[in-house]
Design a protein around this ligand. Structure first.
Ligand code: HEM
Length: 67
């Protein structure tokens, strides 16, 4: 609904991985500095659960694989 193509990054299936990686939203060297993590302590503080945010951080920690 929010990032289905209208608003960057496009997080729809099949697009999300390349959008996140090519768009520079993910920093595998400093995961906590990743835009997709930092936004949850800013404009997106109410848009994901604590568990979601930890899942995203864990994914980046594991090298942000296309899995
Ligand atoms: C209620 C659902 C959501 C709405 C309405 C929404 C809307 C927006 C809007 C308007 C922006 C551009 C301005 C801003 O940075 O705030 C934005 C940026 C962004 N959103 Fe969302 N969003 C939603 C949920 C999410 C979720 C669940 C994620 C991640 C899993 C996400 C990831 C991002 C990212 C990475 C940016 C780019 C921030 C930047 O460039 O600094 N959004 N979103």
């Amino acid at each position: 609904m929010c990032h289905g193509g209208g608003q960057s990054p496009d997080l729809s299936a099949g697009w999300s991985y390349d959008e996140l990686m090519d768009g520079g939203y993910v920093d595998t060297e400093f995961p906590c500095s990743s835009v997709i993590y930092e936004i949850f302590s800013g404009s997106h503080s109410d848009r994901a659960t604590e568990e979601d945010i930890l899942t995203i951080l864990g994914w980046i920690d594991e090298g942000a694989k296309d899995n």
